[in-house]
Design a protein around this ligand. Sequence first.
Ligand SMILES: *Cc1c(COP(=O)(O)O)cnc(C)c1O
Length: 398
Amino acid sequence: MTTPPDEPHDLHPDTRAVRGGRDSCDPALAPVIWASSTFVSPSVDAAQAAATSVGTERFYSRYGNPTVADFERAVADLEGAEAARAYGSGMGAVTGVILGLCSQGDHIVATRQIYAATQLVLQVMCPRFGIDVTFVDGTEPGAMAAAVRPGKTMLVWAETPANPRLDLVDLDELGAIAGPMTVVDSTFATPFGQRPLAHGVDIVVHSATKAMAGHNDATLGVVATSAELVQWLTGFAVLHGAVASPYDAANGIRGLRTLPIRFARQSASALEVAGWLEKDGRVTEVRHPGLESHPQHDLAVRQMQATGGLVCFDLPGGIAAGRRFVDALELAQLATSLGGPETLVTHPASTTHVNLLPEELAAAGIGPGTIRLSVGLEHPDDIRADLARALDVVDGLA
Ligand SMILES: *Cc1c(COP(=O)(O)O)cnc(C)c1O
């Protein structure tokens, strides 16, 4: 028997990425942008039905929008979820989940290794609403489960691979936690690096601004989970309003088409660059989950299909060396973001984390000479040559 061609789940994920998210496009081949903020109802009965159903696509675009819904269906399919809800940014998705599911008196367990803005939501915003948060080391076996307060903990929040040192969380261990809902911010992995729901995790969150949309031209977030939870989150999203623009959703669908090959290439180039940096020996603490020297490399092999485009390392010369290194790069550009076609570099100690004291930096896993590299789609030899030249400058050889 051959596979029926109209049975999308019998197709490989790479194929589904190319073919998905087309329900509102027929017969256009490219995503159709439904720019309309509102839709004409044929009758009062139809308008009433739309106004009282959750996530309706052709009523008012804060509730739902055909282009956005196409993006949502494509992501849900790739994550193996029943449904998805898109947001106006990754932080829209993060906040939409946390404040959509937690109330005064609830408790959250979160991994300490986490995106800085997510950490602020948990550390500063949650207490304002009477939500208590416990941070644990996500790399320590059993730490997340041990921090759960039965009947009180509503969410266990993990990020893997995590900012900034690419620490991993064991997805099987997280998925096995009973009681609270478990969440993974899977931005660094995309559905082509890991599929958290297949490990029993309840909710996957992405900043689609990064590798998913993949071209630095969309600000977009998405949550994939059960249809029931998406209904609930949608009811809340209609009120807080951090909804996705159809223009960004169209760029998100466009990004998904090439995500499998972009992610594979970036993963391979990042591993090559990381291996070269390690051998070169002028930097320390080279981190990439695909390197055998990564403290959780076995876990990466067990739960990741590809390890992504990020590499982190330390320049022994501290702040001054970090600044000189970044300024000396010619190909890699200094910009905050990741997962796009261009290789980007950040020096957290002089930019995103400039206001932290040395001990706060250390607690965040950031050294004065820490460099984060998002390896792009350029030829890896050119990326390596750029890094080598900048290291020569730091060493005073050029
Ligand atoms: C960028 C990012 C976010 C926030 O996404 P925005 O689209 O910038 O709002 C959340 N989590 C991770 C891991 C990120 O890299």
